[in-house]
Ligand binder design. Structure first.
Ligand SMILES: [Cu+2]
Length: 192
């Protein structure tokens, strides 16, 4: 029995070591660089801005850093279906899309350039994993890609015309981001 124990102990230690070693990796996989975009009513709401009124031009709803992997989570909390269509998904080298039902069960996975159109039923989500990597941005430029819904195209109920449109901005680093901070407070009276 003693000999047996001597053999097992290193194995148990190895298993314990592996379990510990694997934990950080698992956590890293569960916490990628997630960015949530809410779809409430007829528009997209991201960390940098929300779709304006129907007549307004599309504004940037989020800014991505060139070369940084992200997972965009589109959440349709509206009572009707909406599309998530963006030329960004076709422009990057790799894109992986998961469609989640209201119970957060992944019901479909789309990889590669077949990601032309995402259609989200009410309370469904889409997780879009991609890494923007554009040479023109690396050289100092800023790229913008539209994200939009075109349901009922050609009718007065066209979602795009009702404001379901936004822009995704790709920048090289934080210093080249378009200003999103509120203007500074006014100077105190008597300063002049
Ligand atoms: Cu729509």
């Amino acid at each position: 029995m003693a000999r047996h124990r001597n053999v097992m102990s290193p194995l148990i230690l190895l298993v314990m070591f592996l379990s510990t070693a694997l934990v950080p990796h698992a956590i890293a996989q569960d916490q990628p660089n997630d960015i949530t975009i809410m779809m409430k009513g007829f528009g997209y709401e991201g960390p940098a801005g929300a779709s304006g009124p129907p007549q307004a031009p599309a504004i940037s709803i989020l800014t991505l850093k060139n070369g940084q992997a992200v997972r965009l989570i589109f959440v349709n909390t509206d009572s009707t279906s909406h599309q998530v269509i963006s030329s960004l998904f076709a422009a990057v080298d790799h894109v992986s899309i998961e469609i989640l039902d209201p119970s957060d069960v992944v019901v479909a996975t789309i990889k590669g350039k077949d990601a032309g159109e995402i259609q989200l039923l009410p309370n469904w989500k889409a997780r879009v994993s991609l890494t923007p990597n554009f040479r023109s941005v690396e050289e100092g430029g800023i790229l913008t890609f539209e994200v939009s819904c075109h349901r009922n195209h050609g009718t007065e109920f066209c979602h795009y015309l009702q404001g379901v449109k936004g822009l995704i901005t790709i920048v090289k680093d934080a210093s080249s981001q378009p200003p999103v901070e509120p203007p500074p407070p006014p100077e105190p009276p008597g300063y002049y």
